[in-house]
Design a protein around this ligand. Structure first.
Ligand SMILES: Nc1ncnc2c1ncn2[C@@H]1O[C@H](COP(=O)(O)OP(=O)(O)O)[C@@H](O)[C@H]1O
Ligand SMILES: [Mg+2]
Length: 406
């Protein structure tokens, strides 16, 4: 029998999307092919501690988190020779503290501290292959200002925006508002550029709401941007799977929002409000996310869908993404002008419902994400990372007559 790939499924973490990450991870655990993968769940608490245990493969366990943690083992990752081990946080005096050895990490974090390069750097350092983009691309993808800069450099359509710093605003609120009014105009959308789930986002129609919006957004982030509001808004999302060589787009979806801004509640708490054609899958365990009102495929023309799918692949390449991402678009419903809004490098539910609708079942999506992680690691290993030099034989700190100065 071929040995199974020892797969750590990492999820949770410090972000506002912690709970959504638990749901996405449980959906992935339910879909992973156990004949090919040995699944080792690793739940990361909001304060950053790692826990493992068989019961952490079940969504029900997370209804009572203190009880789930009490029954779990607190662990840490460590490198031992070529192995990356999951070891007990409190090492035993006698006997082995090794809980598992991992071949690959399936990352199912959403938002800050998990999707933004921080976790990716941890795995990179250990040399453990991980799904999704590398450190840089994860960080750029999470930062709406940085990704917009790369989209623009690649000639992709984005909504005009201004970056507003907290210190500049509080030094002279009138001047900052006047600049936004002059360059962006009303209605303007104010958003922190490193958060998700519509937290801290405001649509402002006048000076008073602009000031309120900015001050609220600054509670969440020092980095805020003001964007032109897209009129007659329709939102279209499209997933992209692959890497530099193989990236391709899924069908499009249209999330159906109840209000001006698609809020956290609309996204994750819209219980029962299932749209016609909405994604329902037996592989999921989440009521909240399955009942999110959406239409798959989006009710748009084939030509528009093709245009959006091509832009989604371009956006994926623009930030150097890998794995499965979801690119979100804003569209003026009257003119069908489309703008790339953002890329989510670890999308909710790993966007499995878009791939299912494109003919790729969830287990096959996970196979491909894991294969891409292993492929990237092999490619990295084939690169030269050292350079022979005799500098230390000859260098001195200066002052000495012999040896070269550095
Ligand atoms: N420029 C804009 N014009 C109109 N609506 C916008 C604009 N930017 C964002 N929105 C609305 O706000 C929502 C959340 O903004 P988004 O940039 O997607 O942040 P998040 O990371 O929180 O999803 C969008 O889904 C959309 O409904
Ligand atoms: Mg969004």
């Amino acid at each position: 029998m071929i040995s199974r790939i020892r797969t750590g499924v990492f999820f949770g973490g410090p972000s506002v999307e912690h709970e959504v990450s638990v749901i996405s991870a449980m959906q992935a655990v339910a879909a992973l092919d156990e004949s090919r993968y040995e699944i080792i769940p690793v739940y990361v608490t909001k304060s950053g501690d790692f826990y493992t245990g068989e019961h952490l493969k079940k969504l029900e366990s997370f209804r009572d988190i203190p009880a789930a943690l009490a029954a779990a083992k607190k662990v840490a990752l460590q490198k031992e020779g070529k192995d990356v081990q999951l070891v007990l946080a409190k090492q035993k005096k006698l006997g082995s503290s090794v809980v598992a050895v991992l071949d690959v990490a399936l990352l199912v974090f959403h938002g800050t501290g998990g999707e933004d390069g921080v976790m990716q750097a941890h795995f990179q350092r250990l040399g453990l292959p991980y799904t999704g983009p590398d450190v840089t691309s994860s960080a750029v993808g999470m930062d709406k200002w940085a990704s917009k800069a790369l989209f623009r450099m690649s000639g992709l359509p984005c909504v005009p925006a201004l970056r507003v710093s907290k210190s500049a605003y509080y030094a002279d609120p009138e001047a900052v508002c006047a600049r936004i009014e002059g360059e962006i105009g009303y209605p303007a959308v104010i958003k922190p550029y490193n958060l998700g789930s519509s937290v801290g986002i405001h649509k402002c129609r006048d000076r008073a709401s602009l000031q309120n919006g900015l001050e609220d957004a600054f509670l969440y982030s020092g980095g805020v941007m003001a964007e032109k509001a897209v009129p007659n808004l329709r939102e279209i999302n499209c997933a992209v799977l692959g890497d530099e060589e193989s990236a391709r787009a899924s069908v499009c979806e249209e999330p159906l929002n109840a209000t001006d801004i698609l809020t956290y509640a609309d996204k994750y708490q819209s219980g029962g409000k299932s749209a016609k054609g909405g994604a329902k899958s037996p592989s999921g365990g989440s009521k909240g996310m399955q009942s999110l009102a959406r239409q798959v495929p989006a009710p748009i023309s084939d030509a528009l869908s093709e245009r959006i799918r091509a832009l989604a692949v371009d956006a994926f390449h623009a930030v150097g993404a890998a794995g499965c991402a979801r690119v979100d678009f804003l569209m003026d419903g009257a003119t069908e002008e489309v703008f790339i809004n953002e890329i989510n490098t670890i999308p909710g539910s790993l966007a499995f419902y878009l791939w299912e609708a494109s003919g790729l079942p969830f287990p096959a999506l996970l196979d491909e994400m894991i294969a891409l992680a292993l492929k990237r690691r092999r490619e990295e290993e084939s690169l030269h990372t050292t350079f022979e030099t005799n500098l230390l034989q000859t260098a001195s700190l200066g002052g000495s007559k012999s040896g070269k100065k550095v």
